[in-house]
Design a protein around this ligand. Structure first.
Ligand code: FEO
Length: 399
């Protein structure tokens, strides 16, 4: 059975929701599900914008057939070749063999690499090119690394719809809703949106900034991303979030404490610090056990908050592995501009105390606080002063 929504006059959402997938990209848990958005315009020529993941391909084809009725599919614009959007290109060609595919040079290179045959039936476009479908004109905006090198956004200059590819997307299934004003975005989608952006696109902040600059010159009425709600009101809200995330500026003053603890002693030291921070007036604190929280959640809150505290045991003369994974992921994602406090535990050789600052030194603009805390096996009276000094220096650095 088809399941479509009208976005605006003659434009339809023909995507699908996936609540079965456990790990997005086989890495990131998505208990909230995900939507794969595809859009279909009925103009003098009919235009499909992107396809969907294989998991919802049958539903998608049914949707496309329903909206098109007896009409042929004339164009298929491919903004992004990652298989969560491009997997069904072959199915579309199978059902509509005369469709002309629109993409850029890299789009077609990747299409071939993924095994799709377009048989010369394509139009290659580059940044700034336009194509008319009769009543609508599409402007192509290259958006390399948002989130792959071939990625582009497409702007319908006639109705102000920006097809933004992965940008402005989020984890979370739509559940019948489509528009941002049909959901409580802050309550339902802000946390998944932040986790989606920071982990999937977070590394490419400068490229996202470039896209935001190009977008600021357009009169955008709708943002149609490839995942999550379509934005038709309050566009500045999500654009402001993207400004912050892509410039690595924290959204809030606050502390994420991430600890790695084998027997609870490092955890107890982290708890001690958390209590001191609250007693000194900083209540915006989240605490995570790195061993049991997927790193994507840690990364999302690290982008959100201004301060990080790492509390790590030493393990194999190294940083405790889950804390190390967190640090390495942070580095890979280009995270920067944070103030960091360090608590280290070592029963005989607290090597983590040396290795954590070394890793942080490889990242940009990380302010590592001088007042580190070193505990031997467990926190004791003798550690109280240095723990209090660490708490004090975190508070001071927020002023
Ligand atoms: Fe949703 Fe980069 O694919």
């Amino acid at each position: 059975m088809y399941n479509v929504r009208e976005v605006t006059k003659d434009l339809y959402w023909v995507g699908g929701n996936d609540r079965r997938l456990t790990l997005f990209e086989n890495i990131h848990p998505i208990p909230e599900g995900i939507s794969y958005n595809s859009y279909l315009l009925l103009d003098e020529k009919t235009v499909l914008l992107d396809t969907v993941d294989w998991s919802v391909c049958n539903k998608f084809i049914e949707n496309v057939k329903y909206v098109l009725g007896d009409r042929p599919l004339d164009y298929m614009i491919i903004n992004h070749m990652e298989p969560d959007h491009a997997a069904c290109i072959g199915e579309v060609i199978f059902h509509y063999p005369d469709v002309k595919i629109i993409g850029n040079k890299k789009t077609f290179t990747f299409m071939e690499q993924f095994g799709f045959k377009v048989n010369g039936n394509y139009i290659e476009v580059k940044d700034g090119d336009t194509i008319s479908s009769g009543g609508h004109e599409f402007l192509f905006i290259s958006a390399p690394m948002v989130h792959w090198p071939e990625t582009m956004a497409t702007f319908d200059t006639t109705n102000g719809v920006l097809f933004s590819a992965d940008a402005f997307g989020t984890f979370g299934s739509l559940d019948g809703r489509l528009f941002n004003d049909e959901v409580d975005f802050e309550r339902e989608f802000l946390v998944p949106a932040r986790r989606y952006y920071t982990n999937i696109v977070g590394k490419y902040g400068p490229q996202v900034q470039t896209l935001l600059k190009k977008a600021s010159e357009l009169d955008i009425k709708y943002i149609c991303p490839l995942h999550g709600p379509v934005w038709r009101t309050n566009l500045d809200y999500i654009i402001d979030k993207y400004e912050k995330w892509s410039s690595y500026e924290p959204e809030e003053k606050g502390v994420i404490i991430v600890y790695g603890s084998m027997y609870g002693n490092t955890e107890a030291a982290a708890e001690d610090l958390a209590r001191r921070l609250v007693e000194k007036g900083m209540t915006n604190i989240v605490m995570y056990d790195a061993s049991k929280t997927h790193v994507s959640y840690l990364i999302a809150d690290t982008f959100k908050l201004s301060h990080i505290v790492l509390a790590s045991s030493t393990y194999n003369l190294n940083i405790y592995p889950p804390v190390r994974e967190y640090l390495l992921t942070m580095k890979e994602l280009n995270l920067q501009k944070r103030t960091v406090g360090i608590i280290v535990n070592g029963t005989w050789a607290p090597r983590a105390g040396q290795l954590i600052p070394e890793l942080l030194a490889e990242m940009k603009d990380m302010n590592v606080l001088e007042n580190k805390v070193l505990i031997k096996s467990s926190m004791k009276e003798e550690n109280i002063d240095e723990m209090d000094a660490l708490a004090e220096s975190i508070i001071e650095s927020m002023k």
